[in-house]
Design a protein around this ligand. Sequence first.
Ligand code: FAD
Length: 407
Amino acid sequence: MPPMSRREFSESLLAGALVPPAVNSRHCAVIGAGVFGAWTAHYLQRAGYKVTLIDEYGPASSRASSGGESRIIRCSYGPDEVYTRMAKRSLGLWADFFAQTKRDFLRRIGVLWFANPGNEYAAQSREMLRKVQVSFRDLSFEDLERLYPQVHLPTGTGAIFEPDSGALMAREAVQAVVAEFVEHGGTYRHAAVRTPSGKGSLRAVQTASEDSIAADAFVFACGPWLGKVFPELLGKRIFPTRQEVIFFGIPAGDNRFLAPQMPVWIDFSDNRGMYGFPDLETRGFKVAFDLHGPAFDPDSGNRIVDPEKVAAARAYTAERFPALAHSPVVDSRVCQYENTSNGDFVLDRHPEFENVWIAGGGSGHGFKHGPAVGEYMAARVTGSATPAVEPRFSLASKGSRQHRSVY
Ligand SMILES: Cc1cc2nc3c(=O)[nH]c(=O)nc-3n(C[C@H](O)[C@H](O)[C@H](O)COP(=O)(O)OP(=O)(O)OC[C@H]3O[C@@H](n4cnc5c(N)ncnc54)[C@H](O)[C@@H]3O)c2cc1C
């Protein structure tokens, strides 16, 4: 099958017509074409499976958690070695994928993590970055003042700078993984899959339009919908929360808020939990809230930004980036995190079905890990020994009360 142009791909997606001929005997259906499902489909395909990837709204749609324009990729994770290693691996896999496919949606513009002196999470991050051999620089308050005079920080604030990390152009990156999957013979279906019933071995899933999709194995990578798809199992273990994102216009002709003058930034210097991006693709300077918002319905939730959040983002921006104090809001989005009780992913087998798997719980930090999650899930489904089973990704470790410990 000759490679499709992006336009042909989008048109085919809308027509629900991406169904190339079957080539392999083992068949896996992956439900959900967000970053977890797309990469899982990719690695199952590489393992020789015939794969059908299904999504009810389309790959990285506006409702999906993967549907934003940009996501941070960084390796600092405090003491969490598992995520530092996965992020490092994923960074390499994203870069390789984009190099091979000539679709480049990784911007290695660096990530700055501001923290006040003595911040324990930052100290643990430094130690772990050294251990896992991720290159970084420690910046003092004086370094920050000299290098980033457009940022106003409390005196004494320092930063970890990861020069090789940066931003992934999220929607386009996921759609590139799906396009590549289809170009290599994978099947994409536009369909809403119903909750499977019974137990033991699942033979097929039913869709809302009464189709039946049979397979040998099923991976449900339904992000914030997992609690709806499996209400009894996950209804109280996945917590979708409303997250607001505001884009401020930068002053005309001003390049201080463009990369490389301004990298991606995360602010741990106070407890407001803010982070953001320089003006990528001329969309504006992105300012976002990492603190969990109220519960949110990914199908029907109102995605108009709350004026109070705009005011809070403006107050923060005026303080931290004074040149943007009076900038207009040029764009805004409401997305949702799909949190587990503590922020660890759920990458595990369904307890009632021997051939049904669950991949989700990205918890506001999952995007960057898409490739490593895909590798992990493909290994679980195919029964390969590597990568090793990680107890933190088990369903059993997920509670029904939120107590976030991963950032
Ligand atoms: C505002 C915001 C900022 C974030 N920032 C970062 C960041 O900087 N760095 C980072 O690493 N992570 C970040 N994240 C987290 C990251 O984006 C998510 O963890 C990740 O995208 C989750 O991907 P997913 O594939 O699990 O879910 P999704 O992307 O939501 O995909 C699930 C898919 O399943 C489909 N689906 C659901 N139910 C069905 C069904 N019954 N039938 C068919 N299809 C179905 C949906 O349509 C959807 O496309 C952020 C998230 C948000 C919301």
